[in-house]
Ligand binder design. Sequence first.
Ligand SMILES: Cc1cc2nc3c(=O)[nH]c(=O)nc-3n(C[C@H](O)[C@H](O)[C@H](O)COP(=O)(O)O)c2cc1C
Length: 347
Amino acid sequence: MKLFEPLALGDLSLPNRIVMAPMTRNRAERTVPSTMAARYYGARSTAGLILTEAAQVSAQGQGYPDTPGIQTLEQIGAWRKVTEAVHGLGGRIFIQLYHVGRLSHSDYHGLRPAAPSPIATIGFIRTPSGTKEYEVPHALSAAEIAGVIEEFADASRAAREAGFDGIEIHGGQGFLIDQFIQSGTNERTDRYGGGVENRLRFALEVIEAVKASWEAERVAFLVSPGGNHKGIRDENPIETFSHLGRKLGGVGIGFLHVLEQPIVEVSPTALMRASFGGVLLSSEGYTKDTAEEAVASGAADLIAFGRAYTANPDLVERFRNGRELDYPDPLTFYAGGAKGYIDNLDP
Ligand SMILES: Cc1cc2nc3c(=O)[nH]c(=O)nc-3n(C[C@H](O)[C@H](O)[C@H](O)COP(=O)(O)O)c2cc1C
């Protein structure tokens, strides 16, 4: 099966096409990865590649309880234990970096959330002091935008110190980069807003900045052209994301991660395949059979599995041997603690 064939990302060889999808699990001790994380990720080392849960690049970039950062020596030291565990067991691991932008709350850091434009999302957010309505974010000035780009660069350097094999920049799901890309959250009239070229500028400048410490093959980017998470929307998603695909193809990255959430009747994976031209990772709702079909037909090069990986750390072996999968337990996804995280592992 093609799913079990290796794929080279520059000088990094992935032994198979099965990727562990990034999954926030809310088990950090405040913002420091817990000691459980090394066992959790280590147990998944047979994946072609592990993508970590999203890690915020700054305090203002946090939007969920107990999610990890990667700035302080303590955080970097805790992540190093994770990468050592994975490497010790023969695996490969990229860290996913993000900034949630308007999906944050001042209860996390004492500041107004930051965004391209002062447009709040509708709904509620869990904060350290209870469930609150989302706040109207502060529109970043040009100088502040440069500061956030620097935070992505610093986090990328820190990821290198922590021993990661690469980084994935989260450009989707309505988080800060997506808020710049999509027209519904970006009403700027400067060089970061207006036409599509301007709306893509922030994403491309982040990529440029992180490439100061990582070779292109070790930098991945995630997009979700069809998602409407927390009210994110674009007037013309097909034009916006095809343009982004062409730009990313031009600058060169290790792979493009596409969430397969359809835009009306268009497949985002097919849309990005046509415009990007490089290595493509697709995720959302795949089974072993549909994954094999996607890589065999050339629709994608890599497939990520999320929920299945929560209950089946040995997913690659199960697929290889045709063994049944255990069911994930959604109640433990974000619950904290060992249950549903490391309690299903051998001692
Ligand atoms: C518990 C949980 C946490 C998630 N956290 C993240 C995250 O931090 N970053 C991200 O890009 N996607 C996140 N996702 C989305 C997954 O990466 C993946 O796209 C999704 O689970 C669909 O794939 P699946 O059908 O194989 O589960 C999360 C999904 C789940 C179930």
